[in-house]
Design a binder for this molecule. Sequence first.
Ligand code: PAF
Length: 285
Amino acid sequence: MLLHTIKEVREQVKEWKKEGLTVGLVPTMGALHNGHLSLIKKAVEKCDKVVVSVFVNPIQFCPGEDLDKYPRTLEADTKLCNDAGVSIVFAPSPSEMYGQSEMRTNDFLTYVIPPFFYVNKLCGKSRVGHFDGVCTVVNKLFNIVQPDFAFFGQKDAQQLIIIKKMVKDLNIPVDIVPCPIVREESGLALSSRNKYLSEEDKKEALVLSKILNNIKDCYKKGITDVEALKETAFQFLTDKHELEYLELLDCEDLEEKKIADNNTRVFIACKVGGVRLIDNILLGE
Ligand code: PAF
């Protein structure tokens, strides 16, 4: 069932709750791929009813980012969800979600602001305000759908950590279910932004997973000094790659590590063919 209004979703969920059914939410920005599908499958397995939200959230895009050209494929997304056993695809318009105040320059919207320590690094450093937009919309979706479980991919590991922190700090009654990264056979992590890559760029994009796997191999061989591990990346980088960050941080609280251990997550962001890609790996997995 494709619904566009908050009222309709609320009414439907209310019925389900009356019947004692559990509700799962998979928040997405659409352009669904197998990565999303793995979240949806997990949600359908775990919950009686599943809502997938499809909303390209304007307030999490920074000026100059790809808001206008972000792929929008609602018809295909709805079909995929229906085939996977989803009960509601919730696809609101920006004005349904934010009224007339969706643009941050208006300064008319109440935001959920995650802690500076968690956002002042990795993607938050170059995407200023991005996680304010993510937390605000996710919080709104939680209030609209009131899910028992919500499913997020490990691919956006910083996002997942920040959402877990928000849920804990604000006592939001939802269980966050993390889901593993899905990769192409080549190793490329699935992302809606892969659609922007040419065939040539796709090969170059393998640099991210190569760097991560190599760091993990080195760690397993006994190298734990973070600077030494980071240096192993340079052999893979050419002028086709624009490295934005490579960081080794604690997988729970994003604390910086000097010596790597099993709880260290390696985070990378790199531009390939003008497309900004991210990936990560846990050393202890
Ligand atoms: O990960 C995403 O696709 C988005 O950041 C999310 C969680 C759907 C919020 O808009």
